[in-house]
Design a protein around this ligand. Structure first.
Ligand code: GLN
Ligand code: ZN
Length: 767
């Protein structure tokens, strides 16, 4: 049985790549030193896979920034604005980083290319830009260099490329009058060129990633697939192509896929196990099938028995010679190495025994392959037994299973998700209670996280200062923030979130059923990584999570202070989640914990509570047909967390970087009394859909772009508010920034918020 890995994380076990890249950008190390770090990581990744006995070890899965950007350089899709860099003769490396991050040097000011999410993951790629008369040529030889680099070290690898159709579809037309798929005939020759060079260098097995085969495809796109793969097959009869699909089923494109003349087809059996039987029935006899049975998107140990059953089913139909064993997708989306985790407090050893990170998953692939032989060795047999024991332990663990939580979820009724009265009634009562002026002003929650505040939290975490003095310092920060907000005349105040490291981690640390890692970094984009919490068990609050600081802030002022919570869908979306129950159930559990907090805040005299849900939109499934089911439970979870309060208590929600066009009905169904959104960059364009839909509740369209250090003028903000007034009724409108201010400096924030408050005051005079 053959084994393969589709891609391996490249940031290094201790984030060596991040450090090297950032040092290089700061001019602290040379290009040579940067490359050395890259080579060390590649070398160690290759050796580790070789030692585990993997047959097809990938190369060109390494990247200094992003694999899609690598591809753009490979095929010479370099937007015109970077032309001056070619003339200035900067190195290809600097051109590459300029495309990723922009370039402000030598009298040039070039903006970076756009970035967007890689399918439904939290990884962001650099979006290729295409023009109507786009030309392609082999520009960077990275894929070939990496192949030879490995070969020189004695490892024959499988070069990995993003397939040409997926590469085009990932991009964006930069002018009207054409569709990027039409560029396929111009692009293909570059791929043929690459294949020929790779073949001359000795490569025989080459992987093309075409995850778009799991998406909805137009007739033109299907035709492009046929055109490309037929041409490759006739030009290179001796190259064995691995066509990698992942993140979903290919059943809806079955005929297209089956007609593509490739040697090996890879399918994702974690996301879409149901496709196996269908595919086994129709797969041509000259084709291998790569079974993606190990989860490349999550951190749980593989369930060997289940995987072996799947493999057996495949063996029975197509025979063992045609089967390849693999993870479901690239391991880019999981942390490096579980062995680095040695802290009982963050990750208890029981929990650790249920997990597998990238390195462990490589071993799992090879172990499963051995176990699927007729008579596996005693060592492998032992592996199976210990795997069974771990799975059994997890299935019945009291760390995970809390009957009281399960009962609560089972007893959720439709009434739990409904406020007592419709919005119009609540609005009257809230207006009477809160007595806010027209265009009430507020902020989204966080205030600047200064170096001192970060240091404070860090020292407390490390036990270097007492909890008592930590609390005193945080209280000071809050008091200062409250005084300052009163001074500049904001209407609804916030405590400032100084005690929070991250909006998900803060809550995760206060919930049963959530664990953390020390080194579980996953690449988010470029040199940025995230360390997602691990939701492993039934969720409940340990104790009230925010009441203390919110009440303290409220005790300092007569103005209303808004309580600040993270919503259930966002907590789910930004964590590794359980694979032993539906996402919906996990979200309901989180929602109940948030609901308890909402009730406690109300009890403590807080009249306004904001539940942030910035991740609702990004949770949308890849295929439209699955949207409505998701939106239903996501919206219900939000409502469950909110609907515990009385009419007078005002529920806010906040969503940034969202486009609402196709989901406005669901946004309205959330029935938040006030929603704040990000609209300043789009000049209120994002608000239009609310107007068309006749969105009934109150809404705060952001008038201050907090992603930039630039301070907007009062007049600018007045103009934005006026635009909003044209779209919605004045009774509906709030005035606020686009998002929280934690990444900004106090200086900028001060000026901007004063101007924002004055803009609101000015407009009150005329309305
Ligand atoms: N309340 C959070 C903050 O202000 C919201 C952050 C977000 O939406 N991403 O920081
Ligand atoms: Zn936001």
């Amino acid at each position: 049985m053959i084994t393969q890995i589709l891609g391996y994380p490249r940031i290094g076990a201790k984030r060596e790549l991040k450090k090297a890249c950032e040092a290089y950008w700061a001019g602290k190390i040379t290009q040579e030193e940067l490359f050395q770090t890259g080579s060390k990581i590649k070398q160690s990744n290759w050796s580790l896979q070789q030692e585990a006995g993997i047959d097809w070890i990938p190369s060109n899965d390494f990247s200094f920034y992003d694999q899609v950007l690598d591809m753009s350089l490979t095929v010479g899709a370099i937007p015109d604005r970077y032309e001056p860099l070619l003339n200035h003769r900067v190195s290809k490396t600097d051109l590459y980083f300029a495309m990723a991050r922009g370039y402000q040097k030598n009298g040039l000011d070039l903006i970076a290319m756009e970035m967007t999410k890689w399918f439904d993951t939290n990884y962001h790629y650099i979006v290729p830009e295409f023009t109507k008369d786009q030309e392609f040529h082999l520009f960077s030889s990275k894929v070939i260099d990496e192949y030879t680099e490995a070969l020189e070290k004695g490892i024959k690898t499988k070069p990995v490329l993003i397939g040409p159709v997926t590469y085009l579809l990932l991009g964006k037309e930069k002018e009207a009058g054409f569709h990027r798929i039409e560029l396929i005939a111009k692009l293909l020759p570059v791929y043929l060129n690459i294949l020929s060079v790779l073949q001359n260098a000795g490569a025989t097995t080459i992987q093309f990633d075409e995850p778009f085969l799991s998406m909805d495809l137009t007739a033109d796109e299907k035709e492009a697939f046929q055109y490309v793969y037929e041409k490759i097959a006739v030009t290179f009869p001796d190259i064995d192509l691995v066509l990698a699909t992942y993140f979903g089923s290919i059943e809806h494109n079955l005929t297209t896929v089956m007609e593509l003349p490739v040697k090996t087809l890879h399918i994702d059996l974690v996301r879409a196990p149901e496709q196996l039987d269908v595919i086994l029935n129709v797969i041509p006899t000259d084709r291998n099938l790569s079974l993606g049975v190990i989860d490349g998107r999550n951190i749980w140990k593989n369930h060997y028995e289940t995987s072996l059953q799947i493999i057996d089913r495949a063996i029975n139909v197509i025979g063992e010679d045609r089967i390849v064993i693999a993870p479901s997708c690239s391991l880019l989306h999981v942390p490096f190495d579980l062995d680095n985790e040695n802290d009982e407090d963050t990750l208890p050893s029981t929990l650790k025994s249920w997990l597998a990170f990238a390195k462990q998953k490589v071993t799992e692939v090879s172990t499963i392959a051995h176990l699927s032989y007729q008579s596996p060795s005693p060592e492998h047999q032992k592996e199976l037994e210990s795997n069974k024991a771990a799975i059994k332990d997890r299935n019945s663990s009291t760390l995970i299973h809390k009957p009281e939580v399960k009962n609560r979820v089972a007893n959720i009724t439709a009434a739990d998700t409904l406020r007592s009265h419709p919005f119009s009634i609540r609005q009257t009562k809230q207006k009477a209670l809160l007595q806010l002026p027209l265009f009430p002003t507020t902020t989204i929650g966080s205030f600047p996280q200064t170096a001192e505040v970060r240091q404070l939290r860090f020292q407390h975490k490390k036990g270097k200062i007492t909890t008592e003095s930590y609390h005193k310092e945080i209280a000071n920060e809050i008091e200062e923030a409250i005084r300052w907000q009163e001074e500049i005349g904001l209407d609804v105040l916030v405590h400032g979130e100084f005690e929070r490291n991250d909006m998900v981690e803060y809550f995760g640390e206060r919930l049963h059923g959530v664990a953390f890692t020390q080194f579980g970094w996953v690449q988010s984009y470029g040199s940025r990584g995230v360390k997602p919490p691990i939701i492993f068990g039934d969720i409940s609050r340990k104790s009230p999570m925010t009441v203390q600081w919110t009440s303290y802030a409220q005790s300092l002022t007569n103005k209303p202070v808004k309580g600040m919570l993270t919503g259930p869908v966002t907590i789910l979306q930004w964590s590794f989640v359980r694979d032993d129950q539906p996402r919906k159930t996990t979200t309901q559990q989180i929602a109940l914990a948030i609901r308890d907090e909402v009730a406690d805040l109300e009890q403590a005299g807080i009249h306004i509570i904001q539940i942030d849900e910035p991740a609702i939109r990004e949770g949308l499934p890849l295929r439209k047909k699955d949207w409505s089911a998701y939106l239903k439970w996501a919206v219900d979870a939000f409502k469950l967390s909110a609907a515990v309060v009385k009419d007078e208590t005002q529920i806010h929600t906040h969503m940034c970087y969202s486009e609402f066009n196709e989901i406005i009905e669901s946004i309205a169904a959330m029935d938040a009394d006030v929603i704040t959104i990000e609209t300043s960059r789009s000049q209120m364009e994002l608000l239009e859909v609310f107007s068309k839909f006749k969105y009934p509740n109150e809404i705060g369209p952001g008038v201050y772009d907090i992603h930039s250090p630039r301070i907007p003028s009062q007049e600018e903000m007045e103009n934005l508010i006026s635009k909003a007034i044209n779209l919605l009724s004045v009774q509906q409108l709030w005035v606020n920034p686009d998002c929280g201010l934690k990444t900004r400096k106090w200086e900028e924030t001060r000026h901007a918020l004063i101007a924002m408050v004055n803009a609101a005051i000015k407009l009150r005079e005329t309305h």
